[in-house]
Structure formats: structure tokens, C-alpha cells
Design a binder for this molecule. Sequence first.
Ligand code: ADP
Ligand code: MG
Length: 153
Amino acid sequence: MPALTLTLTDEAATARLGARLAAVLGPGDLVLLFGDLGAGKTTLARAVIEALTGEADAPSPTYTLVQVYDANAGWPLAHADLYRLDDEAELDELGLDEILEDGAALVEWPGHAPNWRPASRLEVRLTGGADEPRIAVLEGFETWEDRLDRLAG
Ligand code: ADP
Ligand code: MG
């Protein structure tokens, strides 16, 4: 599987990755954001949302589990956080598969729904924290394989 490793030296670098991601994102695209608390998942998702919708400071969907935005191009963009998903069977109720029929989705804590892995997806693994360098490892599956090089800094 093609993979790309990036060092994100500061929050602005994470935001720039989000902007590059937004530039290649379209209907049908799923981005899974793995990483511990504080790794930068919401920061990255927010940058994508701002680039695609103009909405700055998107709220974290910690409690709502999913927030849906309208991308300027006219398709829905979902931002989900599965941390509080009690049972993977409840994933259906969030409507992510429906959104992916004509829109895109950014999903935090995908480890809470380990069996939901649509074939075409970008997996982003964020590591590091306050005193460690932030690293992003991006792995592209199916339609994402050819786009990975456009995500390099
Ligand atoms: P998560 O959603 O993974 O829990 P957040 O996106 O809320 O994490 O980020 C946690 C903190 O890390 C925020 O204060 C954010 O500003 C900061 N942050 C994000 N990316 C970086 C980075 N590349 N370098 C340093 N700090 C960062
Ligand atoms: Mg978060």
C-alpha cells in the first residue's frame, strides 16, 4: 500500500496538510483519522472543513458524533468522531455511508468501528504530542493510491 510520512513541525503545518487534502477531496472520499487524544485529528479536519466550506473553527463532533457541512462545490462533507460510539452496530445511524454516495467524510477515532473499512479510503495516522514531533503517516487505498504524492508538502 503506498504510504507517505510527513513531519508536522507546528499547527500551521497540520493546517497546510489539511488544505492539500481539501484540494484533492471529492464525493465518495473517506478519510480515517487515527491518533491518540491531542494528536491533531480535529486540527487537521478543521483545516479541511475551512478550505472546503469557508467555515473556520468548526466544532469538534465529540458529542454529536457527526456534523455535516455543505462544501462550496455543492456536496456534503461529514466530520465524525466515533469515540463515543458504544456499539459498532450504531454506525449505520450516523448515515456516513449515505453521505459517501454523493459527498465526503472525515472520521476521527475509526478504531471504534474496526469493521467499517470501505475499500477506497485514505488512512491518516497522527502521532506525537506536546513534547514530541508530530508525525503523519498517510496510507492510500484504491482511488487514493494515485493521489498520495499530491499530499506531500
Ligand atoms: P485530537 O483531535 O487528535 O484530539 P486536536 O486537533 O484537538 O487533537 O489537537 C490537540 C492540540 O495539538 C491542539 O492544541 C492543537 O493546536 C495542537 N496541534 C495540532 N497539530 C499540531 C502540530 N503539528 N504541532 C504542534 N501542535 C499541534
Ligand atoms: Mg478530536
